[in-house]
Design a protein around this ligand. Structure first.
Ligand code: NAP
Length: 249
């Protein structure tokens, strides 16, 4: 399973959760992977160590997203380790729960800055580095498919990311670059501290037809497909990775 030998990848938010699983999977397929993180250096180093222990290659880069100049800082850090890339996974994101009347302007700006603006400019400023035939995978969310009133600003930010995905698939087709989104359902990561409550976790599990919450690997395997040569004819799509959540609604 070395479909990605010779490829270089960058996974934003690769230090923990879904991003870490994506890093491990891409590295297992032979890619050299940049593990981006914001502040949790220990987690990023642990991710790199795990990859190396399995015989793969990875490097950690730090850049706070959602602040002015974030994309430039990220690429500057990346350039110190690699000469161009083939696969960009925009995974870093933050939750922004709140009914519309609960969302402050600051909350809204923060969620959009990390979830929508950062991927936009990471892609824009990365296009010179991304080789023809490359892959862009944006991690969205199932909250754009059905109404989640308690996550108003977060859902809107992911909607923006999905439209960006569609638009860029058209723009970058001439370079053989595919642009797709993956929309996870509820995945067991640090983003959901409430999952420590068994009753809350069981309720979340009931959304899936498989009656369990998702694991990061459930999403990473889908990302790996889109990043691979096998997905050369798939672009502008938003792939659901939610265990069939909401099928019966
Ligand atoms: P997570 O466990 O909370 O991990 C978040 C990752 O993003 C970490 O690597 C973190 O870096 C990085 N990050 C967070 N804020 C950042 C910032 N301001 N600048 C740079 N990096 C930042 O999250 P997750 O659950 O794996 O979610 C990953 C993606 O999947 C997000 O886009 C999320 O919206 C989406 N998603 C998740 C679920 C779910 O149920 N978990 C469902 C649908 C969609 P540090 O380690 O340095 O903090």
């Amino acid at each position: 399973m070395a479909r990605l030998t010779g490829r270089t990848a960058l996974v934003t938010g690769g230090s923990r959760g879904i991003g870490r699983a994506v890093v491990r999977r891409l590295a297992a397929e032979g890619a050299r992977v940049g593990v981006h993180y914001a502040s949790n250096e220990a987690a990023a180093k642990e991710t790199v160590a795990t990859v190396e222990a399995a015989g793969g290659s990875a490097f950690a880069i730090r850049a706070e997203l959602g602040v002015p100049g974030d994309a430039d800082a990220l690429w500057q850090a990346f350039d110190a380790h690699a000469d161009g890339l083939d696969i960009l996974v925009n995974n870093a994101g933050i939750a922004g729960p709140g009914l519309i009347h609960e969302v402050t302007e600051e909350d809204y700006d923060r969620v959009f800055a990390v979830n929508a603006k950062a991927p936009f400019f990471i892609i824009q400023k990365g296009l010179d580095r991304l080789r023809d035939g490359g892959r862009i995978v944006n991690i969205s969310s199932g909250v754009t498919k059905v109404a989640f009133p308690g996550m108003t600003s977060y859902a809107a930010s992911k909607g923006a990311l999905e439209v960006l995905t569609l638009t860029l698939a058209q723009t970058l087709g001439s370079r053989g670059i595919t642009v797709n989104a993956v929309s996870p359902g509820t995945i067991e990561t640090d983003i959901h501290p409430w999952m420590a409550d068994p009753a809350a976790k069981a309720h979340a599990a009931s959304f899936s037809v498989f009656d369990r919450v998702g694991q990061p690997d459930d999403v990473a395997d889908v990302v790996a497909f889109l990043a691979s040569p096998d997905a050369r004819w798939v672009t502008g799509q938003n792939i659901d990775a939610s265990g069939g959540s909401g099928l019966g609604l």
